[in-house]
Write a protein that binds this ligand. Structure first.
Ligand SMILES: [Zn+2]
Length: 114
């Protein structure tokens, strides 16, 4: 009779001689008194059968990194927009100041030439 065992590699419950989560081949079953006394692993109820054969621990950091990257990209876009607006404002102000001083200089030169 086959029974559930814990995969020593990924920790998932394994039915039979091979872990379906990480393909680890478990060593042959040696039924001891301690193993017989061990209760059925409740973890198997939490894990859906249609889950991909990838250990959850490997998926979650990637997903977290992806969302972190998106947050960083969003922040970068916002910062770029703010910077662009500030540059636009500064450029407009500088242009206005330059035009005003140019006009003033022209006036001074014109009056000096008269
Ligand atoms: Zn495994």
């Amino acid at each position: 009779m086959r029974k559930y065992r814990l995969c020593p590699k990924c920790g998932h419950s394994v039915f039979g001689g091979r872990c379906k989560w990480c393909n680890y081949v478990l060593p042959p079953e040696n039924t001891t008194a301690a193993e017989e006394a061990e209760p059925q692993e409740p973890q198997v109820i939490e894990v859906p059968q249609q889950a991909p054969p990838v250990p959850a621990a490997r998926v979650e950091p990637e997903a977290a990194a992806k969302s972190n990257q998106m947050v960083v990209m969003d922040a970068q876009q916002k910062a770029r927009r703010i910077l662009y607006t500030a540059e636009q404002n500064a450029r407009e102000l500088a242009n206005k100041t330059r035009l005003e001083s140019d006009a003033r200089a022209a006036e001074i030169i014109a009056s000096a030439q008269q």
